[in-house]
Design a protein around this ligand. Structure first.
Ligand code: DOR
Length: 429
């Protein structure tokens, strides 16, 4: 079957260009890219997709998603998460291992891969734990788990406190071709906190989580990257100090990469004055100064990746007293339009934004994607850049609705997502 996508403007994050091109797709791959005005043979075309007035981007790649299966299927399943991802323009997502049981062995890994394959939506890549049972005591067998399909390792929200164990994790994971992803949090310092420690937490009487609890571990991971020469990826950067530490590490040439998420460049701790638990997330929403420094890190390339940290929770875990509510917010269907706000504000170019949403994450994990190129898999999304809409509960394909962006006007919407030439999401017009 041959598909022609015609009339769209194709974003190339590698060359930094946006050009009107037609795409011919055969056997799941991009077989030719025809520049504007060049007429290819259309005799064999069985389906034509009109992308006039739209932008075609490489399928987005989210390196930080929580899919909750196995163990917490009441919050999200692999199928519902992968479907929500496809609706957000994602062709691939990597899922964190904080399931029950945690993804620390071949059996869980194979289960996740199989469920992802069956879902037939965005491709699902598993991230394994660093330590057995996420307990921070002994390492998993990285090479065995890499062979079983792991694309990275992380203990996620239960970070490895023992620096010697983390050093070995960096060394062994690198040897097995896996990148360590670190959720930077000194749990002793953050213990009991429910929001950013500062003026607002004092005013509204909630226990705080200081920026230092993140910065200390970012500094440790940078020190370990320097000591070992092995790569480390810093998850969901939320503080300006972290951005500056990573900036200096990069200037020094250390193998450190970093991600942030749309909520850290869109929202700040003032959102919490109404005690709305949809804003409760870990790390917490920080100060307006942090938000501006994160934007600076996105603008100058210190922050490589925009991930979502999509964290679905059931209403029974969110519609409760603030201190009892679960941390986390969903994000797969809002990341693209929120990132496009920064493009319109001149903070990033469109190709740069798409690179942070796709190719950079793919490269860090060593998975396919992030480029529309002849001979490569046809993983792409068609975006209606001008579409303005209010984000509502009916739009959400995730099982959970814990989004702080419900009710917000968004601009830019995914019309169609293709994985390996197959349409996995198409918006009703
Ligand atoms: O807010 C969060 N929720 N932060 C994390 O690091 C974990 C996540 C979850 O699993 O719910």
């Amino acid at each position: 079957m041959t598909t022609l996508i015609k009339g769209g403007e194709v974003v190339n994050p590698h060359s930094g260009t946006v050009e009107e091109e037609d795409l011919l797709i055969e056997n799941g791959k991009v077989s030719s890219i025809l520049p504007k005005g060049v007429q290819g043979s259309t005799s064999a075309v069985s389906t034509t997709i009109d992308a006039s007035g739209k932008v075609i981007v490489p399928g987005l790649v989210d390196m930080h998603v929580h899919l909750r299966e196995p163990g917490f299927e009441y919050k999200e399943t692999i199928a519902t998460g992968a479907t929500a991802a496809a609706a957000g323009g994602y062709s691939a997502i990597a899922c964190m291992p904080n399931t029950a049981p945690p993804n620390d062995c071949r059996a869980v890994m194979e289960f996740i891969i199989e469920q992802g394959r069956k879902a037939g939506a965005a491709a699902v890549y598993p991230i394994s734990t660093i330590s057995k049972g996420q307990k921070g005591e002994s390492l998993v067998d990285f090479c065995e788990l890499a062979a079983a399909g792991a694309v990275g390792v992380s203990d996620d929200g239960s970070p490895v406190i023992n620096s010697e164990l983390m050093r070995r994790a960096l060394e062994y994971a690198h040897y097995c071709g896996l990148t360590v992803i670190s959720h930077c949090e000194d749990l002793n310092l953050s213990k009991g906190g429910v929001m950013h420690e500062g003026e607002i937490s004092t005013r509204i009487g909630l226990p705080g989580i200081s920026g230092a609890s993140e910065d200390i571990f970012v500094y440790r991971e940078i020190s370990l990257a320097r000591l070992t020469g092995c790569p480390v990826h810093i998850a969901h950067v939320s503080t300006g100090v972290s951005v500056e530490l990573i900036r200096r590490a990069k200037e020094e040439g250390l193998p450190v990469t970093a991600e942030t998420t749309p909520h850290y460049f869109t929202l700040d701790h003032e959102s919490l004055v109404g005690y709305d638990t949809r804003y409760k997330v870990n790390p917490p929403l920080r100060t307006p100064k942090d938000v501006s420094e994160i934007k600076g890190g996105l603008a100058d390339g210190v922050i490589d990746v925009i991930a979502t940290d999509h964290a679905p929770h059931h209403s029974l875990e969110k519609d409760v007293e603030f201190d009892k509510a679960a941390f986390g917010m969903i994000g797969l269907q809002t990341a693209l339009p929120l990132t496009l706000e920064l493009v319109r504000d001149g903070i990033m170019t469109l190709p740069d934004a798409i690179s942070k949403l796709s190719s950079k994450g793919a490269a860090i994990l060593g998975i396919p994607g992030g480029e529309i190129r002849e001979g490569e898999n046809a993983d792409l999304a068609i975006i209606d850049m001008g579409c303005e809409y209010r984000f509502e509960e009916k739009d959400i394909l995730s099982k959970a609705t814990n989004s702080p962006f419900l009710g917000r006007m968004l601009k830019g919407r995914c019309d169609l997502t293709m994985v390996g030439g197959k349409i996995v999401y198409q918006r009703d017009s």
